[in-house]
Design a protein around this ligand. Sequence first.
Ligand code: GDP
Length: 426
Amino acid sequence: MAAVVIIGAQWGDEGKGKITDYLAEKADMVVRYQGGSNAGHTVVVDGREFKLHLIPSGILYPGKTCVIGNGVVVDPEQLVRELEELARRVVDTAGLRLSKGAHLVLRYHRLLDLLEEERRGHGRLGTTGRGIGPAYLDKVGRRGLRVADLYDAEGFRRALSLNVALANEILAAAGKETLDAAALAEEYLALGAKLEPFVADTSLLINRALDQGARVLFEGAQGTLLDLDHGTYPYVTSSHPVAAGACLGSGVGPTRIDRVLGVVKAYCTRVGEGPFPTEIAGEEGDLLRERGREWGTTTGRPRRCGWLDAVALRHAVRVNALDGLAITKLDVLDALPRVKIAVAYRCRGQLLEEFPTDLASLRACEPVYEELEGWQTGIQEARSLNALPAAARRYLARLEELAGVPVFLVAVGPQRHQTICRQEVF
Ligand code: GDP
């Protein structure tokens, strides 16, 4: 296997960071293909915790090439901050490559993001307020600025002043503080100079690496149910976390992808607003949040917690054409006497086995649960499936059956070595 795509099969925060970090060891190159600094990964290496927002977690392996692809939206301030933080902690960042075609998230995007959420009031989407949505809006609106534009100072100043004028009109009308385009341009050009050593034509770089037989890992941010087209619209992100996004967001054709793996948390969480059929209110939900440390990496917001949803998982298997699953956080369920999985929905008197993607139907869905026995034993030390209690193995087997694809990996703790590899991914 040369080209492997890792995607989140739920609402994001599945523990992709840990799985990509684990697989990155065998990869020559790690590529991020969508999202922005709203996608936080937490990776623990030798007891040291790293929170990465833009830079692929593969950077924690010395000498690895890590690509921020054209499909990512990049806040230059954030990226420089992340690079400086890694340098401070003596992590070598020389392997980072930033696509010339990646769009920039600029200060007005952040201000517009906050303003838009404020205006939505109760109908808010629960965005992270990082300007990601407005940056993608500019991209689609063909007025976005890209990394390459930072190296054409005159052109950058001109385009920025037009965009800032437009943003200022909206901000002023809402009684908000406006921006000084000229000062902003100089700030960004200075940040551009700091980023210049990393800038490259990354589609060329990745395709050449594949030509030479390199192993490339494509790392999705967020998850399938937050995909702009295949998620629970409009409570979604503005990009394509699904596997097809890997091609668009990196400049690699679909026939080059060899394998797609979905990361699935042993239960479900969701940040922000929007339907979540298997959400658990009360004590059991609190227990999962406490044990799973379910607070957002980027925002610190508590995540909504619920049971594993096999209906949503089958949707993810289909729209990503998953070859297999990586199950994470199985150990979080250790304390529970019984574990539930939603195997279907009841919706307006009908039994649904397929995930409805329109809001009204989804809101009307009640999960139909299957209950399995819990294992009530610590499993963090298990390094093979056989070392797991029988009830945990039954849970995994049932999951495989419901998803219709095999489990490749099982994570039983946050550390790199707390991983069971059942089938090699590369
Ligand atoms: P991501 O964006 O999908 O990587 O998800 P997050 O980084 O937001 O959440 C993953 C969190 O769970 C991090 O704090 C990880 O260290 C932790 N984690 C990942 N896998 C496991 C696991 O198998 N068990 C436990 N207990 N924690 C895990």
